[in-house]
Write a protein that binds this ligand. Structure first.
Ligand code: KG4
Ligand code: ZN
Length: 349
């Protein structure tokens, strides 16, 4: 069975073709990321407009890469939430049009569940139950994926998503948008223990908070190296002379270490609490090299199986949507043609 998966929940217009829920025949994405750069974050109106402009070309490119024709698709899947309302609407309207024209079932997919499914496609021997972690620009959630494919939420962020914290700190350091990949790269030139940034700990809970860490970075920059940087107003660090790169790399590495530490400790604690031995990680921040390394190393010490897909499947993509829909269809569930978008759709729904 071939399913076409459409993803437009944020700034990526992504389409993939997946066979039998596991075999990725081809997937393509176009991103409006660069257009958001000057603003330091995604501008919903720009994201939605670009989806409209490029979605047909992305479809043609994805089909060409998959060596498939549109008529060969057995179902049309689309992310219906969570995400930016206007951006989601483009994908959902496009998917409805295709489903109607081709007379194929329509399947609305939860974006967060799809991020976890990417791990299952990457490592097909992995099956629920497992501890699932989704870390992205919009979400930071930890939950248990049960065998019947129900997700039981364990914790989520109470303020910024971890990717959002990477993006905001990068903006402060004058590193551009999106900040995650730049901080990841720059951190290799810095000392992770150069600055002792605080780790927010929630006793007994699996919730996250990154705003304290973000504020600590702002304060550090203002008090030690910057000239008047403040949480909201000063977008970049001004450092005297040649010390800039080293100082910025140290801050980046120390921030990254603190953020990764909070994510890793909660995830390992979730395994301890639930007795589960497998962790599946998804979302753009799962591309982070330090997070991947720490989860792999610490997971190995504890005898856990840690599944993190390659970076191309961690970021938003259409293949994960198509794959995830296969499971939904297998359970006999499809969506009506009046499917609506759910911008705040929670992980378990
Ligand atoms: O999953 P995604 O593509 O879109 C959302 O659903 O949000 O994630 C994008 C986020 C951005 O915040 C970006 O800075 C972050 O993922 N990101 C990273 C890395 N690559 C992307 N964060 C840390 N390290 C990375 N290597
Ligand atoms: Zn995402």
């Amino acid at each position: 069975m071939r399913i076409l998966g459409i993803e437009t929940s944020c700034d990526e217009t992504a389409i993939g073709v997946v066979e039998d829920g596991r075999r990725i025949l081809g997937h393509v994405l176009a991103s409006s990321q660069e257009m958001h750069g000057p603003y330091g974050g995604v501008i919903p109106e720009i994201a939605a407009r670009v989806h409209v402009e490029v979605i047909w070309q992305v479809l043609e490119a994805a089909l060409a890469r998959a060596g498939s024709r549109l008529e060969e698709m057995d179902a049309i899947a689309v992310t219906s939430g969570p995400g930016l309302p206007g951006a989601l609407l483009i994908g959902v309207a496009f998917a409805k049009g295709l489903a109607l024209a081709l007379d194929r079932p329509l399947i609305g997919v939860n974006h967060l569940t799809a991020h976890l499914y990417a791990g299952e496609m990457h490592q097909p021997e992995v099956a629920p139950p497992y501890v699932g972690l989704v870390v992205s620009g919009g979400h930071t959630v930890l939950g248990v994926m049960h065998p019947e494919r129900q997700i039981e939420p364990l914790g989520e962020t109470k303020d910024d998503a971890v990717g959002e914290a990477f993006d905001k700190v990068a903006k402060l350091l004058g590193l551009g948008y999106p900040g995650g990949p730049v901080i990841d790269r720059l951190s290799s030139d810095g000392q992770a223990d150069a600055v002792a940034f605080p780790r927010h700990h929630t006793k007994g809970s699996f919730d996250f908070s990154f705003s304290g860490l973000k504020t600590a970075v702002y304060r550090h920059v203002r008090d030690t190296v910057g000239s008047g940087a403040s949480a909201e107003s000063e977008p970049s660090v001004k450092l005297p002379g040649g010390g800039r790169r080293t100082a910025v790399a140290d801050i980046a590495a120390s921030f990254q270490e603190a953020a990764v530490d909070m994510v890793v400790t909660r995830t390992l604690r979730a395994c301890q609490r639930t007795g589960l031995r497998t962790i599946v990680v998804g979302g753009g921040v799962a591309a982070n090299r330090r997070l991947r390394q720490r989860l792999a190393d610490e997971g190995q010490v504890k005898g856990l199986t840690v599944v993190i897909p390659p970076p191309g499947l961690c970021v938003d993509n259409g293949a994960m949507v198509a794959g995830c829909a296969f499971e939904t269809l297998r359970q006999g569930r499809t969506s009506p043609l009046d499917l609506s978008v759910e911008p705040n759709r929670p992980i378990g729904a």
